[in-house]
Design a protein around this ligand. Sequence first.
Ligand SMILES: *Cc1c(COP(=O)(O)O)cnc(C)c1O
Length: 416
Amino acid sequence: MNYQNIKEQDRQIYEIIKREEQRQKEGIELIASENYVSKAVLEAMGSVLTNKYSEGYPGKRYYGGNEIIDQAEGLAIERAKELFGAEHVNVQPLSGSPANLAVYMALLNPGDKVLGFSLDQGGHLSHGHPLNFSGKLYTIIPYFAKKDTEIIDMDEVEEIALREKPKMILAGFSAYSRSMDWKRFKEIADKIGAFTFADIAHVAGLIAGKQLESPVPYFDVVSTTTHKTLRGPRGAMIMCKEKFAKDIDKAVFPGVQGGPHDHINAAKAVAYGEALRPEFREYAAQIIKNAKALSSALQNKGYRIVSGGTDNHLMLVDMFGSKQITGKEAEKALEKVGISINKNMIPYDPRKPMDPSGVRLGTPAVTTRGMKEADMETVAELMDAALINRADESKLAEIKQQVKEFSLKFPVPGIE
Ligand SMILES: *Cc1c(COP(=O)(O)O)cnc(C)c1O
């Protein structure tokens, strides 16, 4: 990407893109929801497909001139079906939150009860935050991780479900490092006739790469973002059983959205094509190997990892419990050396959301850059050094230089 035209026409935005390129290249990206897309995905996103209006679905559009767009959206749908073994796919959701809004609208009426993973333990905003549509429109009943193990106890989920009889059971998370027992969720839902909805935004790439079990065979509806482990453009999709296809499609358009973003949907097709290749399985496996290596390296330095480790791409570190550093302090210190992470609540956190005990770390982005287990040792050392020296600005400047030298060994796709 050389941005020649932006450079000539709009110097301000050009400089911003260049500075962000530099930040991405020289820093270590450990935010669990982020990744680097391929050049092919970038090209599709930057294509003239953005010029088209195509409200409706392939073959049933409200605008003329869509015969070519239909082929692009059709490819995205076919590849997604193949990748996940889904009966029906809607690739139009603009992002994860609107996708989830469409799922609620398709299956529920306002006021209906939804059983979902407690937000302060790893659920997403769209799983019932009081300021989000989900918390305002629906009655959310939370389930929790067990206090001692910090793992979701399915017997307890069953107990709550039988007592509360929700209309829908939602399984999914943004900050939980253990595998989900999809089959058991479905068995519990069947006992009370509830719909099953899995939100696999974080782990879709690990499922597509056959490293984690998939909810698609069991669940009525599965939503996912496309820009996290799946390594596609910023967007989302919804998969469902055939019998929910009409309701889901109607809820996405005209229920929640107008025209689809055709350039993004073409980029989704490109990303799904990449994920169908055998190399993607190796990528997904390496993400998990790296997460386990980073988790152990940090444990060896005395950091407590929530639930004792990870099965997926992410981990929560109990900074305050093990090192008396708050999540906010840790985020700041690491930002100063070019390591991006985010502060995060841990289960039963004694501290407040704006300055919680924990941080969340993930390995999808560093794995895309080609880092392996041994590199995770280096990452843990750099993190530990920054945290120990968080009050020493000159030490932090030195560590920042080390982070830069280390990072530059691993190319970012699309950045020279
Ligand atoms: C990231 C995420 C979303 C929302 O995605 P946006 O694209 O940011 O709206 C939804 N659900 C879960 C579980 C997520 O982690």
